[in-house]
Design a protein around this ligand. Structure first.
Ligand code: GDD
Ligand code: MG
Length: 346
């Protein structure tokens, strides 16, 4: 089994975080996001992983390299222009001689991939799609299954009136196992979409299309600031399993500070006296001055928080400067090198 991670989208909904950092490598708990996907693939014995890139490919290659540090072998296929999800698969996988597990490069999950592969192989289906239950399917691909658990209908980003309002819906979790025959449904060198073209075509032709429904597994698309922040909150409160959190980093902490057990502080941070940090993640080398308060927030590396600032429910990208007595309220998202003058309120 080969693996392909679709990592070429522009990450527009995650701006400004993705202006300088492509979505596949935004830090999640201070690690480039794709490392989590690579890890679950590796646990299933899949070590040959191709990344399909389009937006800022050099940055991704620079961070992940050939994968040797992660114990896998990474290959890159870069599109000169975005080919769409299906087109990207055709371009990257056309010469693969084995079936492929394809992942959207922005879903955080603790799925045990070996279970999915086993189910796919036992079912004999030509394609198996992972489904997640959500309350509002309008942002996703809505999937209907039949009595045998096979896919019966697929509707990408359904309008509200196409959705039954009784209880959670099953949506496309952005993880597929595809036999080689699926490649034949996709034209070469054309922008083509799994969601709008390939899946409807599989159903039209009556090709066997199985589903694997997530039950206790964690799943979230990290592609908006709200879901990116929520993924952190879920992670530090223990909802994401199988990825141990390293809370042992060496940082400089004054004695009269309060840092709760959920928070994760990376190496080389400096936390001055009378600071309170709860439910938050700080990247490498963040400095927090006296009497500041940080809660429910994610702060990327090398930012500086001046004294008596209050940051709540916010995301700060790299190397931000927050002046003294600033108040940052829930929903704020600051791009790299943002500077807030003393006493700013946002
Ligand atoms: N290589 C490449 N080329 N990758 C692409 C391209 C492309 O042209 N377009 C998108 N991608 C990658 C993105 O980088 C992302 O990792 C993944 O494909 C999905 O794109 P998104 O833009 O994040 O799609 P979405 O979140 O709106 O919807 C998709 O994911 C949902 C689950 O999170 C769909 O697959 C939905 O059906 C699904 O429910
Ligand atoms: Mg997405």
């Amino acid at each position: 089994m080969k693996a392909l991670i679709l990592a070429g989208g522009k990450g527009t909904r995650l701006r400004p975080l993705t202006v300088y950092t492509p979505k596949p490598i935004v830090p999640v708990l201070n690690r480039p996001f794709l490392e989590y996907q690579i890890e679950i693939l590796k646990r299933a014995g899949i070590e040959d992983i191709t990344l399909s890139l389009s937006y800022q490919p050099d940055k991704i290659e620079h961070v992940l390299g050939f994968g040797e540090q992660l114990g896998v072998s990474l290959h890159y296929v870069t599109e000169s222009q975005p080919m769409g999800t299906g087109g990207a698969y055709k371009l990257a996988a056309k010469d693969f001689e084995e079936p492929t597990i394809v992942l959207n490069g922005d879903v955080l999950t603790d799925l045990i991939v070996a279970k999915l592969i086993k189910r796919h192989q036992r079912s004999g289906a030509k394609a198996t799609i992972v489904l997640a239950p959500v309350e509002d399917p309008s942002l996703y691909g809505l999937v209907e299954t039949d009595q045998d658990g096979n896919v019966r209908a697929f509707k990408e980003k359904p309008k509200a009136d196409a959705v039954e309002d009784s209880g959670p819906s099953l949506i496309n979790a952005g993880i597929y196992v595809l036999e080689r025959e699926i490649l034949d449904l996709i034209p070469e060198n054309e922008n083509y979409s799994f969601e709008y073209n390939v899946f409807p075509e599989i159903l039209n032709r009556g090709i066997s299309f199985g589903a694997f429904v997530l039950e206790n597994e964690y799943w979230r698309d990290i592609g908006t600031p709200e879901t990116y922040l929520q993924a952190h909150m879920d992670f530090i409160s223990g909802k994401v399993r199988h990825f141990p959190i390293d809370r042992e980093e060496e940082f400089d902490r004054a004695t009269s500070t309060f840092i709760d057990r959920n928070s994760v502080i990376d190496a080389e941070c400096v936390i001055k006296p009378n600071v309170t940090i709860t439910n938050s993640v700080l990247g490498k080398g963040v400095v927090v001055e006296e009497h500041s308060m940080i809660e429910n927030s994610v702060i990327w590396s090398h930012s500086r928080i001046s004294n008596s600032a209050k940051i709540s429910g916010a995301i700060l990208a790299r190397s931000c400067y927050v002046g003294k007595n600033c108040v940052i309220t829930p929903g704020a998202v600051l791009g790299n090198k943002s500077t807030l003058t003393d006493y700013t309120k946002i």
